[in-house]
Design a protein around this ligand. Structure first.
Ligand SMILES: *[C@@H]1O[C@H](CO)[C@@H](O)[C@H](O)[C@H]1NC(C)=O
Ligand SMILES: *[C@@H]1O[C@H](CO)[C@@H](O)[C@H](O)[C@H]1NC(C)=O
Ligand SMILES: *[C@@H]1O[C@H](CO)[C@@H](O)[C@H](O)[C@H]1NC(C)=O
Ligand SMILES: *[C@@H]1O[C@H](CO)[C@@H](O)[C@H](O)[C@H]1NC(C)=O
Ligand SMILES: *[C@@H]1O[C@H](CO)[C@@H](O)[C@H](O)[C@H]1NC(C)=O
Ligand SMILES: *[C@@H]1O[C@H](CO)[C@@H](O)[C@H](O)[C@H]1NC(C)=O
Ligand SMILES: *[C@@H]1O[C@H](CO)[C@@H](O)[C@H](O)[C@H]1NC(C)=O
Ligand SMILES: *[C@@H]1O[C@H](CO)[C@@H](O)[C@H](O)[C@H]1NC(C)=O
Ligand SMILES: *[C@@H]1O[C@H](CO)[C@@H](O)[C@H](O)[C@H]1NC(C)=O
Ligand SMILES: *[C@@H]1O[C@H](CO)[C@@H](O)[C@H](O)[C@H]1NC(C)=O
Ligand SMILES: *[C@@H]1O[C@H](CO)[C@@H](O)[C@H](O)[C@H]1NC(C)=O
Length: 608
């Protein structure tokens, strides 16, 4: 059947479709949506507007009527056009203190995305608004292993997306729109340089051989999120008595409502830069309808055993300054505990709670995206079909996986620890990652832990880059003790472990890293390690030029660690199997030459 489409009959039929229309669809096969308030600008957008892609327009067709329907192309940009500011809404309150963004704003990076719901195969049409004619050899779709069928006609790209109950999340990238991230010098102290904006930071007139290539990313990313229709059990009945349907515009009253369920219908909502969704204790279910766009951050105060955040709308932190702290007038506050999280809650003592998350896209988190407090020992997260975009600021982590959590079918754009494994009995699978400069992708360190029974599988890293050896590069990391109270504890202090704690029975499998990658692992084990398997990992390449190697980013370490009294931790049953770099398999003989792997020889490590 799709062969007919491939002949070009359908393609010819829609070649003249315009990009600025508003022709959406909502039937049993396909649902797309649109925002009339779309603004194409590099400035902050109006509170009741949505930033629209300046470069891409997207249409989607199902198999039924072979018509292409509009699917709104959202956009997010570093700092949301506000500059590196400290005070909400005050564009003059700029600082040179780091917010984790180095050159991304200066080079004009953007990230566009579109979302739609489908129940059958679709074709996605990508049109470039700058008139660039797409040809069959000018694009790539990542993860490359999706092997999607594509076709090019009239300068537009057509991508067939087969239906999957797991949905599909991918990046469409164009050869003329790639940015080479280079470091300013080939030693560990430098950061990225750019030759785009002479008035911007880290500017150089031209690149030279002393400036190693650290990573390549689209300048204007385009992500496509195809999701199955929402299960009826995850859509609240908007006419029941315990529901608040929020009026469009400025959000208010969520801290005093007596409703249990809060619904955002299609439209734009905003909390402002100095307020957020501090939910009253009756609210345990937030529904973000497809086509809703909610500017704010969420804090739950419910005692319910079931908390829900469902629906394919957007929750955006774009109005906030970096590390906006509600206890500090929502100004930037360089501390860990009090700045806003996009998702936050407090679990009562002894309460067993499940938090169900299905569907939302989180945009531009101003800090860690999610932390729950209180008694989290029986708090688990069931998170499916979740997306995070616009993770440009530093410290934009992925979600926390509390004990018993399951995460699957996720897209993360992050600039800090991304898959966070600080608790036991956790399953994480099918995650696509685009990673900025801070911290490893998978993290189980920062403190000594007792963790076991963790499975992480099917991780596709489509981009990753680190700008220094000190930024904790790596696919799998257990970083050294994080203790801000003792500044003396450093990344390389090897006497910070707790020999009474252990991490055991952990499997990391089916991990692919496209492009230039960080090291496989940097494990400063803060506890004993038992039965840890790293299986079937493919790294396309480590940095290839000499300068890159001098920075040391591609090297994996697992050094000897002791407690403060000199007692050694033990490592037993640590297996690395089927680790490939390019087309070379890493064996015991080639562990250092091909794999860049170094570990303390007293450890029981098997390479097979
Ligand atoms: C989009 O459609 C709505 C009605 O559904 C209409 O009021 C609006 O003018 C349209 N906007 C554009 C940009 O076509
Ligand atoms: C799409 O269709 C569903 C099912 O008929 C309906 O519940 C929903 O309100 C529609 N959405 C829009 C935006 O029209
Ligand atoms: C894509 O093709 C590769 C190479 O043939 C194969 O290994 C992989 O399983 C395919 N992926 C899918 C999703 O079919
Ligand atoms: C929705 O709630 C209203 C009011 O409680 C009720 O009359 C109606 O039957 C409910 N609809 C469904 C589909 O449950
Ligand atoms: C609810 O939040 C508003 C700000 O949106 C605030 O002015 C008001 O005092 C809060 N009410 C309560 C009862 O906390
Ligand atoms: C959020 O709500 C809680 C509970 O009502 C309240 O204690 C807290 O002060 C509120 N936070 C802010 C910043 O208003
Ligand atoms: C290393 O960590 C240990 C244990 O926390 C501490 O006692 C020691 O002072 C640290 N050493 C350095 C050089 O920071
Ligand atoms: C881990 O468990 C052991 C044994 O119960 C205990 O001694 C140790 O303090 C625990 N570690 C942590 C970090 O809680
Ligand atoms: C490690 O695995 C072996 C074999 O599966 C098992 O016997 C042993 O108990 C495990 N060790 C730990 C610490 O879980
Ligand atoms: C990179 O950092 C590690 C410590 O994390 C250190 O052992 C290594 O020597 C550093 N490499 C270079 C080239 O500085
Ligand atoms: C720790 O291991 C080292 C060798 O790596 C050894 O020399 C030392 O004796 C061990 N310490 C203890 C307390 O077992």
């Amino acid at each position: 059947m799709w062969g007919i489409l491939n002949t070009g009959i359908l393609l010819a039929g829609i070649a003249g479709a315009t990009s600025n229309s508003n022709n959406t669809v909502n039937n049993s096969k396909l649902q797309t949506w649109w925002h009339d308030s779309g603004e194409i600008t590099r400035s902050p957008v109006q509170p009741s507007s949505v930033r629209q892609s300046h470069l891409y327009s997207i249409q989607v067709s199902n198999s039924v009527d072979q018509t292409y329907y509009d699917s709104f192309a959202y956009q997010t940009i570093p700092r949301n056009g506000q500059g590196n500011i400290l005070i909400p809404n005050d564009l003059t309150s700029t600082t040179t203190a780091s917010d984790g963004i180095t050159i991304e704003a200066a080079i004009g990076m953007t990230m566009s995305w579109t979302s739609f719901l489908y129940s059958a195969d679709v074709w996605v049409k990508v049109h470039r608004l700058d008139g660039f004619g797409i040809e069959s050899d000018t694009f790539v779709i990542r993860p490359t292993t999706l092997n999607l069928t594509t076709s090019v006609a009239g300068g537009d790209l057509f991508i067939q997306v087969p239906y999957s109950e797991r949905g599909s999340k991918f990046s469409v990238e164009f050869n003329d729109n790639l940015f080479d991230f280079r470091d300013g010098c080939s030693n560990p102290t430098c950061s990225y340089v750019q030759d785009t904006s002479a008035s911007g930071p880290y500017y150089v007139d031209e690149y030279d051989d002393s400036m190693p290539l650290m990573g390549v990313e689209p300048l204007d990313s385009l992500l496509i999120f195809a999701s199955p229709f929402e299960d009826e059990s995850l859509i609240p009945n908007e006419t029941s008595d315990d529901v608040l349907v929020v009026p469009e515009g400025r959000i208010s009253g969520l801290n005093t409502t007596e409703a249990r369920i809060v619904i955002f219908k299609p439209g734009v909502y905003y909390a402002t830069a100095t307020d957020y969704l501090n939910l009253s204790s009756t609210v345990d279910w937030l529904y973000f309808a497809p086509g809703s766009y909610v500017k704010g951050a969420v804090e739950f105060h419910t005692n319910s055993a079931l908390i829900q955040a469902t629906g394919h709308g957007v929750l955006s932190g774009e109005q906030y300054v970096y590390q906006a702290d509600p206890t500090y007038g929502f100004q930037n506050h360089n501390v860990d505990a009090s700045p806003l999280r996009m998702w936050k809650g407090t679990v009562p003592n002894g309460q067993k709670t499940t938090w169900v998350v299905n569907g939302p896209t989180v945009n531009s988190p101003p800090f860690n995206s999610m932390d729950f407090y209180g008694d989290t020992s029986a708090f688990s997260v069931a998170c499916t079909d979740y997306k995070q975009v616009g993770g440009y600021f530093g410290q934009t982590d992925g979600m926390q996986a509390y004990p018993g959590s399951v995460f699957q079918d996720i897209f993360y754009h992050t600039n800090d620890d991304t898959i966070k494994l600080y608790h036991s009995d956790v399953t994480v699978s099918n995650v696509v990652v685009q990673k900025g400069s801070t911290a490893p992708i998978i993290q189980f360190g920062w403190a000594a832990r007792n963790i076991s029974d963790i499975r992480v599988s099917d991780i596709n890293i489509i981009h990753s880059r680190w700008n220094s050896n000190g930024s904790n590069p790596g696919i799998i990391g257990s970083n050294n003790l994080y203790d801000p109270s003792t500044a003396s504890t450093s990344a390389t202090n090897t006497s910070t472990a707790d020999t009474y704690s252990s991490a055991s029975n952990i499997v990391f499998s089916n991990i692919r890293s496209e492009g230039i990658s960080g090291p496989l692992m940097r494990i400063y084990a803060l506890e004993n390690l038992h039965n840890i398997t790293v299986s079937n990992v493919w790294v396309e390449e480590f940095g290839s030029c000499d300068g890159y190697e001098n920075i040391g980013i591609s090297e994996s370490f697992m050094p000897a660690m002791t407690d403060g009294n000199g007692n050694n931790i033990t490592v037993e049953g640590f297996i690395i199997e089927d680790f490939m770099v390019g087309d070379k398999k890493v064996t015991l003989d080639t562990a250092s030459t091909v794999g860049n792997l170094y570990w303390n020889p007293d450890f029981d490590v098997t390479i097979q």
